[in-house]
Design a protein around this ligand. Structure first.
Ligand code: SIN
Ligand code: MN
Length: 284
């Protein structure tokens, strides 16, 4: 599957796009069932919400599930990443955010690239994320919010470190995926960006795929609704933009250092589609 010329233009302009109907209801149920199975298993990449009970994120599901590993090579996702990035790509990060009914907590405003540069040694913003909706995403269950066009802004000192959170040795990575993130964005910068460009909530039915640029500003609120908002986030980076060495690399389940180009698994799960999905449906 590839984006149409119009979809590609929207992505380049806004820094994100929602593609409805990419995965079928059967495929979504398979992914949901696998997700629920995986979060019941002990896993080093599992992060809980502040209540210490509900799962917040599962990082690195591809390392423990062949089904999830197959998904990142899907012909519904990988060709889109190659099309946008113009080059062979490898998997940089893979996570599932559970955003459970009533308890799923916020994600503060940030640019992913800021974290990937500072924490992982990514040199340039040549990466994108494909987010697969496992539930309908609506006004109430914490849709990801974007500032259209903000992927073009060069961030210098606009993120600053506000938190020195206590973590156990070897667990420092948790401060980059918690409710209060390690780097927070200057509110004055955010206000300027939003006043100039507005804000859009990326909503859609289960089976939709949201594709976003690694530098676009985004956030999401807590889930105040009785509906889960489970989403799989698969981030691809250009092979030529592979990570440089850093003093304390984050674990493989959070920032992959396997830089081999991914290849599509044609004809394997999930089933191939030849038609591009209908054009953008992003509600403001
Ligand atoms: C993220 O920015 O990594 C997650 C955003 C979300 O789950 O809405
Ligand atoms: Mn993010």
């Amino acid at each position: 599957m590839y984006l149409s010329a119009y979809q590609l233009q929207r992505f380049r302009c806004d820094g994100f796009i929602v593609l409805p109907g990419v995965f079928s209801p059967d495929e979504v149920s398979t992914l949901r069932a696998e997700t629920e199975r995986l979060i019941e298993e002990p896993s080093p990449g599992l992060v809980l919400e502040a209540d210490g009970v509900a799962a917040r994120s599962l990082n690195g599901p591809h390392l423990i599930s062949p089904l999830m590993a197959g998904l990142m090579r899907s012909t519904k996702l990988l060709p889109v990443a190659e099309q946008i990035l113009h080059e062979p790509v490898y998997l940089h990060q893979y996570k599932i955010n559970m955003k459970r009914a009533f308890v799923g907590d916020q994600w503060e405003w940030h640019s992913d690239f800021w974290f990937w540069q500072a924490e992982d040694g990514m040199r340039a913003p040549h990466a994108i994320t494909a987010a697969i909706f496992l539930d309908d995403v609506n006004d109430f269950n914490g849709p990801t919010l974007f500032v259209p066009g903000s992927h073009e802004s060069v961030l210098r000192d606009e993120h600053h470190r506000t938190l020195e959170q206590a973590t156990a040795p070897g667990e420092e990575w948790r401060t980059t995926t918690a409710r209060d993130l390690k780097y927070s964005l200057e509110r004055s910068h955010l206000s300027r960006e939003i006043d100039a460009n507005g804000m859009v909530a990326a909503k859609g039915q289960a089976g939709s795929v949201l594709v976003f640029h690694c530098n676009v500003l985004h956030a999401s609120s807590a889930n105040a609704s009785p509906w889960d908002r489970r989403t799989i986030f698969i981030s691809y980076n250009r092979v030529s933009n592979a990570l440089s060495d850093v003093a304390s690399p984050r674990p493989e389940f959070l920032a992959s250092r396997r830089f081999d180009a991914l290849r599509s698994e044609d004809g394997q799960w999930p089933t191939d589609v030849t038609a591009a999905p209908a054009d953008v449906e992003v509600a403001a």
